[in-house]
Unconditional design. Sequence first.
Length: 423
Amino acid sequence: MSTVLKNASFINWETLRFSKTHIHIGEGEDGGLDFYNDFNKVPVSPTDEVIDCKGKLVTKSFAIPHHHAYSVLARGMPAPEKAPANFLEILKYIWWNLDKALDKDMIEASALATAMASAKAGSTFVIDHHASPDYIKGSLNVIARAFEKVGVSHLLCYEITDRDGREKAREGLEETEDYLSKNQGLVGLHASFTVGDETLKKASELMRKTSSGIHIHVAEDKVDQELCLQNHGKRVVERLSDFGVLDSSKTILAHCLHVNDNERQLIKNSAAFVVQNTESNLNNNVGYFNGEGLGERIMLGTDGMHSDMFRTAKAAYFVGQANDDIDFLSAYKRFRKVHHYLNTNNFKGDGENNLLVLDYDSPTEINEENFLGHFIFGLTSNHVQHVISDGKLIVKDRYIQTVNEEEVLNFTKEQAKRLWEKL
Ligand SMILES: [Zn+2]
């Protein structure tokens, strides 16, 4: 079964050119697209889904380059006994407490809820960074199957760290190697300050052995730099560079807030990509991202805060007015950079047959000259009506087609309750 979008106003995501067209969408990773001027020439078979897109906008769907599905069950949970006073305490009292309580069902519920929320907000690809120290082995498969059930493509990793001792670090490395032998994915590391030299060496060796990249938090808070200087006599990006982490174009450096000029230069001259996570940085009160000197490979992520890339782009633009050199076009470029990352590295699941249909009730005209103004001030995830992932219609009229939303949300509420009781 194929999907046909009739009478579409198609926006090319790279050139922002608008065209009136009918689109025949092939299913599968290499399904592709065909455009027709004349609807009578579209090869429609009786089983095809034909959607009339008159007055609607059609464009490439989105991808989230830094997410934590496991954090989704935290929404509304009880506050920690002691209020965190800084970033390290936020990790200790909230996130490292929560991730230790995760079991298989909770991980599955988190992944299902995240995939549904991502799809409904227009994203068909999620790059996730996962931690569950008491359920490491097999955790990535649980997430992969849940994402696939919903129809969201993925690039997963397990967060390897020494924060719970060498044995857990070894389990994390094993889970990674096992998963990468059968799936596309990355080698995850928590952050420089929780990873000793031995584990960092093993992770970078695994990265080279599997031709993968490292996905790691970098200088999110000043404490990462302070501990690096104290324990290793160098700065975080210098340390990662010394271990060859920056050599892979698959490497993702999340945050990069507290990096000096030399580190910016190292990143710019490397193959690695950076992910800015504005709302998470505001929430943790760790500082502001500034893209100066980092080069062009900057993407926008949600960092587990939510799964809405429209929100992320607006936050980057508004917060960037005082703290960054960002305009409509550079905000949009960062928002879309993830497709270059996925494409350059030949990852599957972000081909041209990933699309969304926007039902945008604008009070003013939208065209190729003023699209970016609408992107920042008008368009939101509320306008996402249909979503096509690898050629398959996974969201229709704002409802997920692949799983029963109500059943999934009942399951996630049950698992959230169990999780909160364990905290
Ligand atoms: Zn993160």
